[in-house]
Design a protein. Sequence first.
Length: 243
Amino acid sequence: MYDALAADHGAVVAYLDGYRGNWNDARAESAFPARLADVDDVGFARRVVADLVASHDVDPRRVVAVGYSNGGQMVHRLLHEVPDLLAGAAIVAATMPAPESFLAPDPAPAAVPVPVLLVHGTQDPIVPYGGGRFPAVSRRVFKVDGTALSAPETARHYARRNGITAEPESVRLGAPSHGTWIERTDHRQDGRPPVRLLTVHGGGHTVPGPGRQPFFIGRTARSPRTADVVAEHLGLGTGTNQE
């Protein structure tokens, strides 16, 4: 999905693979194999960046992370545990754990303001857009319990971390497509990295774009392509040597 950034703009794109296909994220009630095995995924991310700096001359000040679902939860962890590692983040279908369900680092490092993009469907059956306790399917199939913030609350959380106090502004994007429509909410303030939430009304636990996704996780918005939105919001494609 992101290969065009490498082909057209000289970015370095790395597709990381977690332990048994999952990540040891920051949800306290997670029972993923990576959690049970106590995998050091933060250390893994640091090592990948260091290796790419050495092998591909990547600028360590321009590293961004993109994650979907459990991968998005891992990006939440990186932003809070090693905030100096990232220059930006995009998180799809993964809201922040509520404070009582968040494995916050102790001591917590100082926040590093970076641009953040959030994408979430209002009909997500796995990670509810409105927050609260994870539903039965998440507890039964994915072995994850606990509570989470809503998507708008998650956006406000990162806006506060970035020092944004201005009220957000929302606008509807384009025409309805495949039973979905997009609302963009921007948290912006001069001199502060922006935070953007794309609300996919009618969308499920899916990644907007042309690809087909399993029907049981909900509808998929076909436009815009998530990769294009990520590139635009995080400033990818404006230079070279980005991961």
